[in-house]
Write a protein of this length. Structure first.
Length: 344
């Protein structure tokens, strides 16, 4: 069967994924709409991933491998953007896979509406000894009417962003390539999508979100939010950048409560993880860095935010404890963790 060819550049960064890359590439090759090109960016992988990719490139002349030294996910994606020749870009992480009609559905919707970005829902899954477990769905409520959400203003974009109808991850979408003119992922950062997505929203004129869940996201052990080290302060930096973007574009007054709920939730998760995964002296160093980066004014604004999950009364109480007595916050969390472990 001969598939139609599109004007899509698919970008797949590859590093240490020999157990997963075959399933990822199989899902791309099986698409009902063939991309113009698939750019596999070999980010200096030390395992057998490149050899698996090479076999696909030999079989399909529209698959290209670009080799570079290990520079991280952001730089690998940037290399892909630099080489992309399609009118549209789709990012796929090499340990995930996509539904057979994902490219066709997103591409058709982008062409039909003229949207700069079309987002679909995602399906999160975990590989287990007993088989594959599909854990939850993310995206618009599939029972909602209509079956898609068309957004036409920046206020609409950020409202959907804060309501988590439009998630920050870049991989469940198709983008008009020109959005990335003079815009790249920040090198060396974790949660890099949180840095670039608000900037993409500002550049868009129209965004469409559809209910179809077409992207399969693999949950793997060792997730970045289940640990803590100095890299995690990038999360604060990305939130502060988001605040500056809102202010610069006269949107902050519309979303101040939403922002502070968002910011407060991130701070609490980081404070908990800093305490949970570190000894006292290392935690104390992190506490000092928190107090350097987070202003008292922002803390007060978070505490004044109307109670609404994820920043509710209990969250605010913990935030006060950390601000006023971080050593006691650490001790209480350690004790609570110990008690929970004993009960299990």
């Amino acid at each position: 069967m001969r598939h139609k060819t599109s004007d899509i550049s698919v970008i797949i960064p590859v590093y240490n994924v020999e157990a997963f890359i075959d399933e990822c590439l199989q899902s791309v090759v099986a698409q009902t709409l063939r991309p113009r090109e698939v750019l596999i960016v070999n980010d200096g992988t030390p395992d057998n991933s490149r050899e698996i990719c090479r076999r696909y490139a030999e079989e399909h002349d529209w698959i290209t491998i670009i080799d570079q030294e290990n520079k991280g996910l952001s730089e690998a994606r940037n290399t892909g953007i630099d080489h992309a020749s399609g009118r549209y870009i789709v990012f796929i992480d090499s340990d995930d896979y996509i539904a057979p009609d994902m490219l066709a559905i997103l591409h058709n919707k982008a062409r039909e509406t003229g949207a700069d970005m079309v987002k679909c829902g995602t399906i999160s899954f975990t590989d287990m000894a007993s088989g594959r477990k599909f854990e939850y769905w993310r995206g618009l409520d599939s029972t909602a009417k209509p079956s898609e959400l068309a957004l036409n203003t920046r206020r609409d974009f950020f409202r959907a962003f804060f309501e988590k109808k439009l998630i920050a991850n870049v991989w469940n979408a198709i983008y008009r390539t020109e959005l990335f003119h003079m815009l790249r992922f920040p090198p060396g950062k974790i949660m890099e999508d949180n840095f670039i997505t608000p900037q993409l929203l500002i550049r868009c004129k129209q965004i469409v979100i559809i209910t179809d869940s077409l992207y399969y996201y693999r949950q793997r052990p060792g997730a970045i939010m289940h640990s803590f080290d100095d890299r995690h302060f990038d999360i604060i930096e990305s939130d502060l950048q988001l605040k500056r973007i809102l202010i610069r574009n006269s949107l902050f007054d519309d979303f101040d409560d939403s922002f502070y709920r968002w910011y407060g939730f991130h701070l609490l998760v980081m404070m908990r993880n800093a305490a949970r995964y570190n000894g006292f002296f290392q935690f104390r160093r992190y506490a000092r860095k928190f107090h350097t980066m987070v202003t008292n004014e922002d803390i007060e604004q978070i505490l004044k935010t109307p109670d609404n999950l994820p920043v509710a009364s209990a969250t605010k109480r913990k935030l006060r404890e950390f601000r006023d007595r971080p050593s006691l916050f650490w001790l209480k969390l350690k004790i609570d963790t110990f008690k929970k472990a004993r009960r299990q």
